[in-house]
Write a protein that binds this ligand. Sequence first.
Ligand SMILES: Cc1ncc(COP(=O)(O)O)c(C=O)c1O
Length: 469
Amino acid sequence: MSTNNLIEEHLHSSAHMAKKHIHPKLMKMMELGGMASVFERGEGAYLYDMKGERYLDFLSGGGVHFVGRNHPKVIQAMQDVLSANYPNLAIINASILGGIAAEKLKELMDFPDSKVVFANSGSEATEVALRFARYVTRRRRYLYLDGAFHGRTWGAISVNGWAAMKEGMEPMLPTCTPLPPNDLGALRRELARGDVAGIIMEPVQGMTLIPLDPGYMREAARLCKEHGTLLIADEVQTGFGRCGEWFLSRSYGIKPDIITTSKTISGGHMPVSAVVVSEETYNRVYDKFTSGPFYFSTFAENNLAMAATVATIEALKDIDAPARAQVISQRIRDGVMKLAEKHDVIDRVIGKGLMIGIIFKESEQLALKVQQRVLKVAEPTFFGAAVNVDMYTKQKVIVQVPGPGLNAIKILPPAVTSDADADYFVQALDNTLTSFYKTGPAMALGQSAVKDTIKTVKEALPGIGKKNS
Ligand SMILES: Cc1ncc(COP(=O)(O)O)c(C=O)c1O
């Protein structure tokens, strides 16, 4: 059977099959929220379901589709590679397009005195960075920031700044010390101990949407040099123009020892990450004649991955992605802040560029406030989750809930978002919130999710819902 026939036959059952064989828990959660659509087509900023219904996709596959879904340049590059019968992975990692991809990435980063280590995911890039830092410094301790997210592998969760991910996983890498973001005093104190291999930080945290102050990052870079610690900038999510600059750390005038990148890099088609390492650090890692295999990964520079990377970089340059991100970001932020004048549940808009968080608060309107208070007992971030579901099911706009504890929605709109798309998003949020003032947010969630929530509320507040005897 051809792949096309296989897809045709199984498309309608793909959610069911994924639930059965891959993600039973995750798919159940999506079902509870009425969010288990099967999408048939993706193009630019849109997804289309099997009924032909269009969704504005501001989740962008977790940020990988920043260049727009199925960008023609990226598709063409991959088709070219496949149709030419090139020898893929012929001699260990001497791939045809790897060097070109690295050269283009270094240019984009304005980081000429560097080398690129390709890998397959953001988490793997984190592992590479942690490994290099230990080897170069021969120190054991890492610093990371509260609220940070650097991936889901062992080393990466050791430097993740939220406890839930570490539950049942101790002992982590010895020794990892959390610091509050933007706190120079704490950073100075820890670095002065002289035992820190590396500090890892996201210029804008993906989970909390907290941007680091440029001044904080600059001083961190200076202090790291002073104390022989490696600065690792995790630009897996912020990179490639999403935050209004090609790479935030470089735009602040910093030269981190290591920059990790992924997500946007390959147009959403191939699993690719790149660890860009300063020449000086690289030479300290690959310090012997026999150091060649110190780090490489079997599939890392495969032809499809590298072709997609080269084409994605070109496509992002064609549209001047950072400039476009700034324009769209401003339009969305202005639109949402205008909405805040009529919807008092909007507290503030955070993040940077096209990493945007919209934080909600309690309304002054009594009926809504009561629902918010009761449901908050079951889940403090309930309101954000309800907005997420309503926007998906009723407005056909895909957003996400950010990290734990934030009563908010998060969006990662692609660079190909048009002005009309930005306005459409603002209107959709307006529609959702307007409906919540009328009927309350509980209605947004599927019946079983509401039942589950009410059960939790009853357990937390015994007596609630009982008739007076
Ligand atoms: C900042 C950051 N670092 C690392 C990762 C891990 O990437 P991956 O899921 O590709 O392993 C992510 C993923 O969301 C991320 O946002």
